[in-house]
Design a protein around this ligand. Structure first.
Ligand code: ARG
Length: 410
């Protein structure tokens, strides 16, 4: 039901028209890019000033300076204020995210000067430490260097900073997270040696500007994990399930005012259903419904006993209960749905639309008993925004080693 982003039908060519005279002798690609960059920059700066009256320098001065910088260098440097505002608005515009009420509290780390893979690794670990904050999770983004003419920014090939490996055993069964089988194979080919368990932390594959990718372990002490228990069923703990505290998307490109930041990992906190109704439950993930149903003694012989639904609810109860008992911030889908509609009302009262994708906003369980189900949303794509990162390949650049599926932010 949740759809992939479809490639847009963009055709810049006016089909079949005969040219009468030659256009001015500017390299066409360059001139279009500069114009796009300039117009996106101006649009962004105007929004920044419109939403934050009294900024200095005044808009016309800032626009003139940015135009001059683009003319001289083909790019421009955003101020920290611009970067922070841009990242926050990118979150505000994220049409698949139900948790946008706190968009203006996003903590923004400016890491545009950090270059080497080693330093990038340090900063990614620091992001996890700061964002985890002992369980009182802080929504946070770390922004590394943008792509500039002749110099790509750094990249991370992982879809999140924390992920569990997937291992194929000889009998065809999978140990760990099947979503990361291919990624795991790729890092093994790079020399990584996992222990082969169900919750091995994948290393980070970091590609500094113009360099080959290298892998780095994520130290266990920067990854807070929660063992899953159930408030009523003692046996639940014996399943040995766990999940990590901080969902930090690492492979989306942040676009602000015409600039692309290919490495800008960001996190919020989990909504329970992401873990309890998808990661642990999808048949191509940990696929736990049959085991849990069996433990519950449910009749799995017929769909109409709704054994799947009953097991599903118990897993979700366990997820929320475990995170809360461990003092790790998490929210439930009822609360999160109500807050999202508060966000929509608040934004509309400020004259802004809230782009939203119904199929991502409606929770994967109990949709119809959450208020977000019973209405439609604006579908605009606004800028600044987060976009699927480009896919990178085993062969080198350009093709994704990770199973394609949906972009990461589900
Ligand atoms: N759904 C993804 C996961 O289960 C995380 C996406 C971002 N979620 C969030 N609450 N910020 O890992």
């Amino acid at each position: 039901m949740q759809s992939e982003i479809s490639p847009r039908d963009v055709c810049p060519h006016s089909a079949g028209r005969v040219q009468r005279f030659t256009a001015p002798q500017l390299p066409p690609a360059l001139s279009t890019e500069v114009t796009d960059l300039e117009s996106e920059a101006v649009e962004f700066l105007s929004r920044h000033h419109a939403e934050n009256p009294g900024l200095s320098p005044a808009l016309p001065d800032r626009v003139a300076a940015v135009r001059a910088e683009i003319a001289a260098t083909g790019t421009y440097t955003q101020t920290f204020e611009e970067l922070r505002f841009g990242a926050r608005v990118a979150w505000r515009n994220a049409s698949r995210c139900i948790g946008r009420l706190y968009w203006n509290n996003l903590q923004v780390r400016d890491l545009r000067q950090v270059r080497s893979a080693e330093e990038i690794h340090q900063e990614l670990c620091e992001h996890l430490r700061l964002a985890t904050n002992g369980g009182r999770i802080r929504p946070m983004i770390s922004i590394f260097a943008p792509d500039t003419p002749g110099s790509p920014g750094p990249r991370v090939w992982n879809d999140q900073l924390v992920r569990y490996a997937g291992h194929r055993s000889p009998d065809g069964a999978v140990i760990g997270d099947p979503a990361h089988l291919d990624f795991t194979d790729m890092v093994r080919a790079m020399g990584w040696q996992p222990s082969g368990g169900p919750y091995d932390l994948l290393p980070l594959v970091i590609q500094a500007s113009g360099r080959r990718p290298e892998f780095f372990e994520v130290p266990r002490d920067v990854v807070l994990e929660v063992p899953l228990t159930h408030p009523e069923y003692q046996w639940f703990a014996d399943l040995g399930l766990r999940w990590y505290a901080v969902p930090a998307i690492a492979n989306m490109r942040l676009r602000i005012g015409g600039l692309d930041y290919p490495l800008a990992p960001f996190n919020g906190w989990y909504m329970g259903t992401e873990i309890g109704a998808r990661n642990l439950v999808d048949v191509d993930r940990y696929n736990l419904l049959p085991d849990v149903a069996q433990q519950l003694g449910l009749d799995t012989g017929s769909e109409s006993t709704l054994w799947r639904d009953r097991a599903l609810v118990e897993i979700n109860i366990a997820v929320l209960h475990s995170f809360q008992s461990a003092g790790v911030k998490i929210s439930d889908h009822h609360t999160e749905s109500r807050q999202f509609l508060m966000h929509v009302a608040k934004e509309e009262s400020r004259g802004r639309i809230v782009p939203a994708d119904w199929s991502w906003i409606v929770p994967p369980i109990s949709g119809g008993i959450t208020p977000v189900f019973h209405r439609y949303y604006d579908e605009a794509e606004l800028s600044p925004g987060f976009h699927p990162g480009e896919q990178v390949s085993r062969q080198g650049h350009g093709q994704c080693p990770v199973s394609p599926g949906r972009p990461a932010a589900d």
